[in-house]
Design a protein around this ligand. Structure first.
Ligand code: NDP
Length: 434
């Protein structure tokens, strides 16, 4: 704590991992002897830089850019970029730290990193977004590369921004290095299913948790928070699996639609017109209503899929959900449940899939995009989705098996943390004092 003052979210993420890997440390004294914990908590490198840009009226703005290259024991640093006014070093480090173990869990050769800026894209024109992305990349390009560090999207960074970032990288370096960034458009090296991957993967993971308890999504009432990339494709897959998603949200409030969210309308409002969820409720007529300024977790459901941001489910929200009949939670977002909430879910016997495992489908499909770029290949949608489903089944199975092995059956948090940690720790031991 003293080494990293004020980085609250980073402390929370580290504490969560350290609290559950005790049994692995007990079994493997070599980890403590070679100070793996101290080393793994310290980023290999962190870069903070100035991002100057000009808005449409000619006014100059200065934002702060970040890239934390946390751990490259398993492969090049890999992790998204977040553009949101709340971004500061503590957020980027929490996300980068989580990313190390998540990437390890996928079984693919990718290290962990994360980046972003405190730039607020809301209300900015397309040209302003482009100018910002170009300025951001004008510094970031020095630090990234296909074999070094491979960014992607996150909150506020979708296909449009990845396009501008890649365009500027290509222009500065004079290299068509497709594998330098993932989440690209299909016309310039992007992979099928990458857009859908985090949401689809999270739905697959929860489907596995439900199957392990002898049930399924079929006929279940589901609440998904957020209405961005992860939320939209979580809703799509749950609907395909027979569930009914009755509510979603954004930072202004939530919509309830008891007949089930009209996905085509939601995509039109959020992806095409980039408007707010209250517009969805208005256009849906009497079927849906908008509740401003309140938490979507007051809507009772059997399955909860937090897909917006960190710390969005408080202890009180968790209690409400349990009382409302919730039997499973799948974290599409990173660290959306506060520690008190996790405890309440686990004590109530709710199947709880932590983000590290449940939302790993996004980065796994990014690694598949890197594979396709490296071999100048492109796979079909069906093949890519099958690969994603296999990866999620495998992660689910390993979380359960590891939790069993360490005497905590059904504890996906312990399973994910121990399994993810061990693979990185073993690689770090093998690579010497790095
Ligand atoms: P988007 O920017 O596409 O969507 C984010 C959604 O969450 C929006 O609806 C947004 O509402 C809402 N939101 C964001 N911040 C807040 C806040 N402080 N309070 C309330 N609502 C908020 O991002 P993604 O869908 O890509 O990311 C969502 C989560 O999933 C993040 O935690 C991200 O780290 C995680 N994730 C994403 C992956 C990906 O592949 N994209 C991969 C793995 C994890 P509003 O528009 O009003 O801000």
């Amino acid at each position: 704590l003293r080494r990293n003052p004020g980085e609250t979210e980073f402390h929370q993420a580290v504490r969560e991992v350290l609290e559950s890997i005790g049994p692995a440390l007990g079994k493997h004294p070599e980890y403590a002897e070679s100070k793996i914990i101290e080393r793994i908590c310290e980023p290999e490198r962190q870069v903070i830089f100035r991002v100057p840009w000009e808005d449409d009226r000619g006014e100059v703005h200065i934002n702060r850019g970040f890239r934390v290259e946390f751990n490259s024991a398993l492969g090049p640093y890999k992790g998204g970029l977040r553009f949101h006014p709340s971004v500061y070093l503590g957020i980027v480090k929490f996300l980068g730290f989580e990313q190390i173990f998540k990437n390890s869990l996928t079984g693919l050769p990718i290290g962990g990193g994360k980046g972003g800026s405190d730039f607020d894209p809301k209300g900015r024109s397309q040209r302003e977004i482009m100018r910002f992305c170009q300025s951001f990349m004008t510094e970031l390009y020095r630090h990234i590369g296909e074999h070094t560090d491979v960014p992607a999207g996150d909150i506020g960074v979708g296909g449009r921004e990845v396009g501008y970032l890649f365009g500027q990288y290509k222009r500065i370096t004079n290299r068509y290095e497709s594998g330098v960034i993932t989440g690209k458009g299909l016309s310039f090296g992007g992979a099928q299913v990458r857009t859908e991957a985090t949401g689809y993967g999270c739905a697959f993971f929860v489907d596995e948790m439900l199957k392990a308890r002898g049930t399924s999504f079929d006929g279940k009432r589901v609440v998904v928070s957020g209405s961005g990339n992860v939320a939209i494709y979580t809703i799509e897959k749950i609907q395909q699996l027979g569930g009914t998603v009755v509510a979603c949200s954004d930072s202004s409030g939530y919509v309830v639609d008891d007949q089930g969210i009209d996905l085509a309308l939601l995509k039109q409002v959020k992806e095409v017109e980039r408007l707010r969820v209250d517009v969805y409720a208005k256009r849906r007529g009497g079927a849906a209503s908008f509740v401003p300024g309140r938490s979507v977790w007051e809507v009772p459901c059997e399955v909860a899929m937090p897909s917006a941001t960190q710390n969005e489910i408080t202890g009180r929200d968790a209690e409400l959900l349990v009382r409302g009949g919730c039997i499973a939670v799948g974290e599409g977002a990173n660290m959306p449940t506060m520690p008190e909430g996790v405890r309440i879910f686990q004590e109530a016997g709710v199947a709880f899939g932590p983000g590290k495992a449940a939302n790993a489908g996004g980065v796994a499909t990014s690694a598949l995009e890197m594979q396709q770029n490296a071999s100048r290949d492109s796979w079909t949608f069906e093949f890519s989705e099958r690969r994603l489903a296999e990866i999620m089944r495998d992660i689910h199975g390993r979380c359960l098996a590891t939790a069993d092995e360490y005497g905590m059956p059904g504890n996906y948090v312990a399973g994910a943390n121990i399994d993810g940690f061990k693979r990185v720790a073993d690689a770090m031991l093998a690579l010497g004092l790095i």
